[in-house]
Ligand binder design. Structure first.
Ligand SMILES: Nc1ncnc2c1ncn2[C@@H]1O[C@H](COP(=O)(O)OP(=O)(O)O)[C@@H](O)[C@H]1O
Ligand SMILES: [Mg+2]
Length: 421
């Protein structure tokens, strides 16, 4: 299906270097290569520099002053100096991710592309005065774009968080800016899910093609506790027991997120790029998905997976895969693994190392937890016919064991009061 191939190409292009993509093209879409691209691809491109990032923001402000773009944060960024650059967090070929300080509050600025003009522009803006275009027609255009990205029919009010309000003197720049944001799948996902989920990033505002989201404590593979709890909560977590308590709460929040993405929307939400760096925690230790470039609702997931194949390895899409039906030479449309299984495999398993909670939680309980995580991670390699029921068993078992850990910690009197302020 050409549209899907385009989607795949576009997303891969942002995650791998040109040379490596050529290598990939030559090799074909082998599963192992997909995996390597998702996780090793970024290693091949360099980290951003302050100079580069200053240049990007200077260009943004130049376009703002020329009247080409606008947004509620432009004045603070380009004139009042109340949105101030701090550091950059992106890889060269990835999307631009910049940390800034907005009126004393840390925020993150994100954009898929560096320059405003590299987004498709609305042709009619050049040809006619946008004031003359009926609002209903513009709204329809936005609704179609959202539908196209999410692969879903949504109620009319879904457009509201993405719709630019008020036909001011800068209406043309407003429309052009909104259109650049609508070309960023991640912005659409965050905006649409704002009021429905505490597990996605809050959008704070925008300037042109850059949107600002809340700054949170992101995960890191090298961090023993995965997230720096001290950074998130703002107090010292010196005791092993306070750490164990925080780890338990974060792990429970991961399970809440899995349950929520599986059940609480009209369609299941699949996460296909699961790694510590793509999640963060708020100060109340809620887990938040901060990179949803590879998140898809069920109908879109089915379209992506249903490709021609000669073996199972052709049916892998990053962390989401299905099986190849060798008779019809088509990958199954239904995902064969699920969010919980990948979280167990890539987040819980390395995190819950032997005796990871020290003496704070009894050894037999930690052992049971590790075994449950192992079992959950291996679910999809077992009989796939039963993996859904196996997974719901894993989910309840993990909830049960993590709550048992909380009870042990509470009994031993080590429940830190700092966490819930
Ligand atoms: N809201 C945020 N708060 C704190 N750090 C963030 C936030 N968003 C992104 N980051 C950091 O920037 C990195 C890159 O952002 P991400 O959206 O994952 O971009 P990419 O698509 O290039 O992987 C993340 O791994 C994380 O370390
Ligand atoms: Mg990422």
């Amino acid at each position: 299906m050409p549209a899907l191939k385009r989607l795949l190409r576009a997303r891969l292009a942002r995650r791998c270097s040109a040379a490596f993509c050529l290598f990939w093209a030559a090799c074909g879409a082998a599963g192992g290569v997909f995996f390597f691209l998702a996780h090793g691809g970024v290693l091949l491109s360099g980290r951003c520099t302050d100079e580069q990032s200053h240049r990007i923001l200077a260009r943004l402000c130049l376009d703002y002053r020329k009247g080409a773009l606008t947004g509620d944060l432009c004045e603070d960024l380009c004139v009042a100096q109340k949105l101030i650059y701090k550091r950059c967090l992106y890889y060269d070929r990835g999307k631009k991710v910049i940390q800034a300080d907005w009126r004393g509050r840390p925020v993150i600025l994100k954009s898929k592309n560096e320059i405003f003009s590299s987004y498709h522009h609305l042709g009619f803006l050049e040809e006619m005065e946008p004031q003359g275009i009926p609002e209903a027609e513009l709204l329809l255009m936005v609704a179609l774009e959202i539908k196209n990205v999410l692969g879903l029919e949504l109620p009319n009010n879904t457009v509201v968080p993405l719709w630019t309000k008020g036909r001011g003197p800068h209406w043309k720049a407003q429309l052009a800016s909104m259109w650049s944001l609508l070309q960023q799948e991640e912005y659409i996902y965050f905006s649409v899910l704002q009021d429905f989920s505490k597990h996605v990033l809050r959008v704070i505002g925008s300037c042109g093609h850059f949107y600002a989201v809340e700054y949170l404590t992101a995960g890191h593979t090298w961090q023993k506790t995965l997230f720096s709890v001290e950074d998130a909560v703002g107090v010292s977590f010196s005791g092993i027991q306070s750490k164990a308590k925080a780890i338990t709460e974060i792990a429970i929040s991961f399970l809440d997120m899995v349950k929520h993405f599986d059940n609480d929307f009209s369609h299941r939400l699949h996460l296909c790029d699961i790694k510590p760096e793509n999640f963060a925690i708020r100060s109340d230790l809620t887990v938040v998905a901060i990179d949803v470039d590879m998140a898809f609702f069920e109908p879109k997931m089915r379209d992506i997976l249903e490709q021609n194949c000669t073996g199972d390895e052709d049916c892998n899409f990053f962390d989401c895969f299905s099986k190849c039906d060798l008779r019809s030479r088509k990958c199954g449309a239904e995902r064969a693994n699920n969010n919980l299984q990948v979280i167990c495999e890539k987040i819980f398993r390395p995190w819950f190392s032997p005796n990871f909670m020290g003496s704070a939680v009894s050894f037999p309980l930690q052992l049971q937890l590790q075994k449950a995580v192992q079992d959950c991670a291996e679910a999809s390699t077992k009989d796939t016919g039963h993996h859904q029921s196996h997974s719901s068993h894993s989910l309840s078992e993990l909830y049960h064991l993590l709550r048992a850990s909380q009870n042990e910690l509470q009994k031993s009197g080590s429940y830190p009061h700092q966490i819930h302020q």
